[in-house]
Write a protein of this length. Structure first.
Length: 243
């Protein structure tokens, strides 16, 4: 696979996304089959993470897909990434609630890290890079929209319909922010960190939140995401050092 090969990159990204979610679905079923929820999921995510990094390193494509040193970012022109930090902490607004065993918390934390990396490298890295040379706007819109819509599959695991639809909306908003951040900086690492923290802190939410409380949380994620996406898109300042 060569840089800038639109057709090949597009096919590769679609296949890789499909394979990833097929593996996640299988891992979920196996985890419950052995009566240890999230165990196989965590292992699958970490193996996928290591495999992708080794593949990109071998192909010398780490930088191309945004796995770059954070020192290259111009933080004073990035509002210090404050919206990303705020969003990552939204799930802790009611404190830390231990809803799982410590063993499950370890599995969930590893899974959250893996999902954060996998979804960012798939949607921001592979999918965006496949489209971006044709149209940056299309790349941003398609990447964030597909990322949001893919969450509809949570219904297959018994998720609440209203909560799932809300997740599609705020995942799309997050995807928009991540996509524009990646477009402006060619650095996916802050997106991975924020994404992973959101997934991780989600496990510490109380189990008995009302719809009104959940709605406040969704709004607290959507508004900063949209604001920061708008700021990043509109800013004329350089977001990369020596650029």
């Amino acid at each position: 696979m060569e840089e800038g090969d639109f057709k090949r990159e597009t096919i590769f990204s679609v296949i890789l996304i499909s394979v990833y979610f097929a593996l996640v679905n299988l891992a979920n079923k196996l985890s419950y089959a052995i009566n240890t929820p999230n165990s196989i999921n965590a292992l699958t995510e970490i193996v996928f993470l290591i495999g992708i990094i080794l593949y990109l390193k071998k192909k010398k494509l780490l930088s191309y897909y945004g796995i770059n040193n954070l020192k290259g970012l111009e933080y004073k022109n990035l509002l210090f990434c404050l919206p990303m930090i705020i969003i990552a902490l939204v799930n802790l607004r009611y404190g830390i609630h231990i809803n799982n065993s410590w063993e499950q918390i370890v599995y969930l934390s590893l899974e959250a890290l893996g999902v954060g990396f996998a979804e960012e490298i798939l949607f921001r890295g592979f999918l965006m890079k496949a489209i971006i040379n044709k149209s940056a706007t299309a790349a941003i819109i398609i990447s964030s929209t597909v990322f949001g819509i893919i969450h509809i599959f949570n219904l297959l695991y018994g998720a609440d319909t209203v909560a799932t639809l809300a997740q599609v909306v705020y995942a799309t908003a997050l995807g928009l922010m991540f996509s524009i951040f990646f477009y402006k900086t060619n650095n996916i690492v802050p997106c991975v960190i924020c994404h992973s923290l959101i997934n991780m802190t989600n496990t510490f939410l109380p189990n008995d939140l009302s719809n009104e409380q959940l709605c406040i949380g969704w709004i607290a994620i959507i508004l900063p995401s949209v604001f920061y996406a708008w700021y990043l898109y509109k800013t004329k300042k350089s977001l990369v050092k020596n650029n």
